[in-house]
Design a protein around this ligand. Structure first.
Ligand code: PGA
Length: 250
């Protein structure tokens, strides 16, 4: 099955970084593999990012508003991202949940807005260090999953879940293989139970301190459908190394 290798530039990226996107596109063209490569970048770069990607990789946004349009100064709708050339948008990243007080319900509404604009939605969930230490990781992920997914199943198609333990983001620390498998299996079982259909279940990505060194080992674990990469997606050299590792998985 094709894996989704997604980058997340966060609040990084000016015009002079467009060359990184061109270099990622060149690597993907040369590999001609079957995995799907996506780079989620700041809204200001999307349309130029699409040009730089030259059709070799998909470009996505990092957040969208829940509303279609309206008097919401400074906010960006899913339709605007789509219009700029985005194919997908991340919703409910933990940095937004924390800094912008986004609740599960808001995340679900944003996922609906994304799907209405015909964008893929990557819905992020994950526990804190304290929650894991208290043995509540699965329960927290369960609650976030159930409440962050759109209530109406028609909006699920085209979505993916990203499991990103907060303590692994930008820290260089990752869960053990067993911990990743446990959470991913759990999420998959919950998705199947909620959907009542294993065939159309959503891919579950892992995110948090992915590098070329650990990417392959994590991508080979059961129920890991891809990765969401922050820091290591900023430089073509690092992201291309991850793309090549993923390409070697049979
Ligand atoms: P990181 O970020 O790869 O830098 O840990 C991942 C993310 O926040 O999506």
């Amino acid at each position: 099955m094709a894996l989704l290798i997604a980058g997340n530039w966060k609040m990084h990226g000016l015009s002079d970084q467009l060359g990184q996107i061109r270099d990622i596109g060149k690597c993907v063209r040369a590999l001609a593999g079957r995995n799907n490569i996506l780079l989620c970048i700041p809204s200001t770069l999307i349309s130029r990012g699409v040009t730089a990607a030259d059709g070799e990789i998909a470009i996505g946004g990092e957040n969208c508003d829940a509303e279609f349009s309206g008097p919401f100064t400074g906010d960006v709708s899913a339709e605007m991202l789509k219009d700029a050339g985005a194919k997908t948008v991340i919703v409910g990243h933990s940095e937004r949940r924390k800094r912008h007080k986004e609740t599960n319900e808001m995340v679900a509404t944003k996922a609906v807005a994304a799907r209405r604009a015909l964008l893929g939605a990557i819905i992020c969930i994950g526990e804190t260090q304290e929650e894991r230490a208290a043995g509540a990781a699965l329960q927290v992920c369960d609650e976030q999953l159930a409440a962050s997914l759109p209530g109406d199943r028609q909006f699920w198609a085209g979505s993916a879940i990203a499991y990103e333990p907060l303590w692994a983001i930008g820290t260089g620390r990752t869960p053990t293989r067993e911990e990743i498998v446990e959470v991913h299996q759990h999420i998959r079982m919950r998705l199947i139970a909620l959907l009542g259909d294993a065939e159309n279940s959503l891919p579950v990505l892992y995110g948090g301190s992915i590098t070329a060194t650990n990417a392959r080992e994590i991508l080979e674990l059961p129920d890991v459908g891809g990765v969401l990469v922050g820091g290591a997606s900023l430089k073509a050299r690092d992201f291309n190394a991850i793309i090549r590792e993923a390409d070697m998985i049979g």
